[in-house]
Design a protein around this ligand. Structure first.
Ligand SMILES: [Zn+2]
Length: 135
């Protein structure tokens, strides 16, 4: 991984920080809970406790390296903060998190805020979904 990312964020490179960053860097691990990260590390033979995982995630969040999402009815999900805005869908059956970007929705939100005399500073949109069944 890129040690620069941790250093640039003002964090010293420690083994847990390095490993947790690496896990989040993998595409298939894009959105993970602290538990997911802990279990994944355990399965890869790493002895990094859950409390450490939480502590490191908190440090990453404070340093602006990760974004934390508090989706409804579950644990917080973490992802590396790419700086690119996107919204999420969460499958209520599997907990899978899907990212999407919709220029139409973005534009519509701007329009709605403007109609109320505001400009948008930030927003988060989460769709709670379930797999479509063709019957
Ligand atoms: Zn995301």
């Amino acid at each position: 991984m890129d040690d620069k990312n941790l250093r640039q964020a003002g964090l010293k490179i420690t083994h847990p920080r390095k490993r947790i960053f690496e896990v989040l860097e993998e595409k298939r691990h894009k959105h993970m809970t602290a538990d997911d990260i802990y279990r994944f590390l355990l399965q890869s033979g790493e002895d990094i406790g859950l409390a450490t995982v939480y502590r490191v995630l908190h440090q990453f969040e404070a340093a602006g390296l990760v974004a934390k999402h508090n989706f409804e009815g579950g644990q917080a999900y973490y992802e590396l903060d790419s700086g690119v805005h996107h919204d999420h869908m969460v499958c209520v059956e599997t907990g899978k998190v899907i990212e999407f970007i919709s220029p139409e929705i973005e534009a519509l939100q701007e329009k709605i805020a403007a109609a109320h005399g505001y400009t948008i500073q930030d927003h988060s949109l989460v769709l709670y979904v379930r797999p479509k069944r063709n019957s």
